[in-house]
Ligand binder design. Structure first.
Ligand code: GUN
Ligand code: FE
Length: 426
């Protein structure tokens, strides 16, 4: 199939955070990988373009996983009886250290590649580890999937075990430059992103160097922010000069002053920190599965949306147990309801439509015009079969009801086809 085509089926996409547009038996017109819009009848101008008949199937935009750790896929679904700092030291760091071994990395990353390829994810922003060679292996494997991704070689030069710490800031920066030079021009779908792990793992000198590199090369940045109460107190000790945790990134230009920046979690961000993120255009990756598993808390996402911040969703594997963006959407809604009931009823819970918006348009914006079927958006598409989720009510259901069922019950077995920027991956 060329990258100009028409798909016919039951089409849904977000028009705004509160509004899902649904067209039964509609036509999604794609030209050279770009959406031309969704039509109720076949437009005359498209009369000569091939139409693929997916009638009876749901057609929705692909999803952006705005935060995950590829090396942690190996230990997903276990070791959840800790909070963040103990979980990192006891479990995460020892496993990540093993990615110094190319053979271990090849096996682990190949398993990760197969899983993300079949998932609902069409765009992803991910951490690798500190190891340059095996980060390149991961990028090679991600390139094979056709998913468009940002992959980061992690920087860590302090407060980490010997087995997972770079010698010093200069060595960490030099290795990062080598990695950037080595991978430049090598991929069509896979891009580098600067990745200071979080403030406790990175000296001021390293942060300053990464800020310079981001500025000089126009490179985006990913990190963690205000995830856990103990972590935030530790950052205050490490950076007594900072007004708040976000300021410890911003001081070095890492919160999105020039290139884009995405910060995972922001569970406990102060109003001052939020206003700074708003000024900088920082993206927030909300990761509810992880925030529950390692007992971080529930981010006030309603407030972030009301403030007009950029918010997307992340699985945060392996703080999050699964690569399923469907599960993360569901949890975003569920956690917001618990927060509303138990903590603050002035912040209304998130609706299903808002979770769908964050998983598609919200996170997609990190990649540009991504996550919608409106004219001009890149054609990232999922074709779903919800008939496998049997119910005698099927013929009575509206399209949004059918979509909600897939998200709540669903499963990668519902995903029949996936397209990224107009190219069919399966
Ligand atoms: N903060 C620093 N490193 C990590 C990590 O690997 N996972 C999570 N959830 N938070 C972090
Ligand atoms: Fe994370």
């Amino acid at each position: 199939m060329s990258d100009s085509f028409i798909l016919q089926g039951d089409i849904l996409y977000s028009e705004s955070p509160s509004c899902i547009r649904a067209v039964r038996d509609g036509f999604l017109v794609v030209e050279k990988g770009i959406c031309q819009g969704v039509f109720e009848t076949l437009p005359a101008a498209a009369a000569h373009t091939e139409v693929t008949d997916y009638r009876g199937r749901l057609i929705i935009p692909g999803m952006t996983d705005l935060h995950l750790h590829a090396p942690q896929y190996a230990f997903r679904g276990m070791w959840m009886d800790e909070e963040l700092l103990d979980w990192l030291n006891r479990h995460t760091f020892p496993i990540e250290a093993r990615y110094a071994d190319a053979q271990f990395a090849r096996e682990a990353y190949a398993q990760f590649r197969d899983a993300i390829r079949r998932s609902a994810t069409t765009r992803a922003v991910m951490f690798a580890t500190i190891h340059r060679d095996t980060t390149v292996q991961l990028m090679d494997l991600m390139e094979e999937t056709g998913i468009i991704s940002y992959v980061g070689k992690v920087n860590m030069d302090r407060n980490s075990p010997d087995i997972l710490r770079e010698e010093n800031a200069a060595k960490s920066l030099a290795d990062t430059v080598l990695w950037l030079d080595e991978t430049e021009g090598r991929y069509a779908h896979t891009h580098p992103i600067l990745t200071p792990r979080f403030v406790p793992s990175c000296s001021d000198e390293l942060m300053e160097g990464l800020g310079r590199l981001s500025y000089e090369r126009g490179l985006p940045v990913q990190s963690h922010l205000s995830e856990n109460v103990g972590e935030i107190a530790w950052v205050k000790e490490l950076c007594p000069w900072s007004a708040h945790y976000g300021d410890a990134y911003d001081r070095y230009g890492l919160l999105g002053s020039g290139a884009k920046s995405v910060m995972a979690h922001c569970v406990h961000s102060s109003e001052e920190e939020l206003q700074l993120m708003k000024a900088r255009g920082t993206f927030i990756a909300h990761c509810p599965d992880s925030n529950a598993n390692i007992a971080s808390g529930i981010a006030p996402v309603r407030h972030y949306l009301d403030e007009g911040l950029h918010v997307g969703l992340g699985t945060d594997v392996a703080g999050g147990a699964t690569l399923s963006m469907f599960a993360v959407m569901r949890e975003a809604v569920q956690h917001s309801k618990l927060r509303w009931r138990l903590k603050d009823d002035s912040l209304r819970w998130l609706t299903f439509a808002e979770a769908f918006y964050m998983a598609t348009v919200g996170g997609g914006a990190f990649f540009g015009r991504v996550g919608s079927f409106a004219r001009g958006y890149e054609a990232d598409i999922l074709v779903l079969d919800d008939h496998v989720l049997k119910t005698p009510l099927m013929s009575e259901l509206t399209l949004p009801e059918r979509l909600e069922r897939v998200i709540y019950l669903g499963h990668s077995t519902c995903i029949l086809h996936k397209y990224v920027r107009g190219a069919q991956l399966f």
